[in-house]
Ligand binder design. Structure first.
Ligand code: GAR
Length: 229
């Protein structure tokens, strides 16, 4: 995967976002961009679902959107077809960074390796714990006391790339999977823009691996956000 070159001469970081669902995290990025709080330009959004509310959010913000559905005439289409079109679309938009914000398909190692820009993913757990799906439910079932969300570099292995940032919460005694999901979502809405801000400002770089430190003045990754909620 290419390195994220952060020398943008104060130009906004060109960001493409991949989504599958509601797009509440996308909305936070749009709002922060429009408020001038985040030095990014969202150059386009790709949805793999036609019914994703994220598409409406994108259109409302007059941002280009490509709907590359995984289902055509009731039949599921393979990831390779999606990737072929997504690759062409991303070439067109030329992002500096690709953000998976609630993108629910697993991308092939080929696509990840040949990506035109580094990719980061938002995941609802404290990685490396609870990779994969239904994280909130599994956390409750396991009786965990802590939970949260992570932003990590996308690599061929699912949810296994270097974790850049995390935000934590304490699981309440009467917590349900639903209440936990809402609390994690609130954390995500702070963690994702914060992480992108650190990348855009050059505080965090993506040409790192877990064996190296991230510059002499920073604590070891992941950088952790503690939020009282
Ligand atoms: C978020 O909670 C994100 O962490 C999760 O999907 C949700 C999308 O919400 N992503 C994954 O589970 C990826 N494995 P949103 O569409 O409202 O931003």
């Amino acid at each position: 995967m290419p390195n994220l070159s952060l020398n943008h001469n104060n130009k906004p970081l060109r960001v493409a976002v991949l989504v599958s669902g509601s797009g509440s995290n996308l909305q936070v990025l749009i709002d922060a961009m429009q408020a001038g709080e985040l030095p990014i330009e969202i150059v386009g959004v790709i949805s793999n679902r036609e019914d994703a509310y994220a598409i409406t959010r994108t259109q409302d913000a007059a941002i280009p959107v490509a709907v590359l559905s995984h289902v055509a005439s009731g039949k599921r289409i393979g990831i390779k077809t999606f990737e072929k079109h997504a690759f062409a679309q991303l070439q067109d938009w030329q992002p500096d960074l690709i953000v998976l914000a609630g993108f629910m398909r697993v991308l092939s190692s080929d696509f990840i390796q040949h990506s035109i820009a580094p990719m980061i993913n938002l995941h609802p757990s404290l990685l490396p714990a609870y990779k994969g799906l239904n994280t909130n439910q599994r956390v409750i079932q396991a009786g965990e006391r802590h939970h949260g969300c992570s932003v990590h570099i996308v690599t061929a292995e699912l949810d296994a790339g270097t974790v850049l940032t995390q935000a934590l919460l304490q699981v309440n005694p009467k917590e349900t999977a639903d209440s936990l999901r809402l609390r994690v979502q609130k954390l995500e809405h702070q963690l994702l823009p914060w992480t992108i801000l650190l990348l855009a400002k050059g505080v965090l770089t993506l040409n790192t691996d877990s064996s190296k430190d991230n510059g002499s003045y920073l604590p070891a990754l992941p950088l952790t956000l503690f939020i009282n909620q």
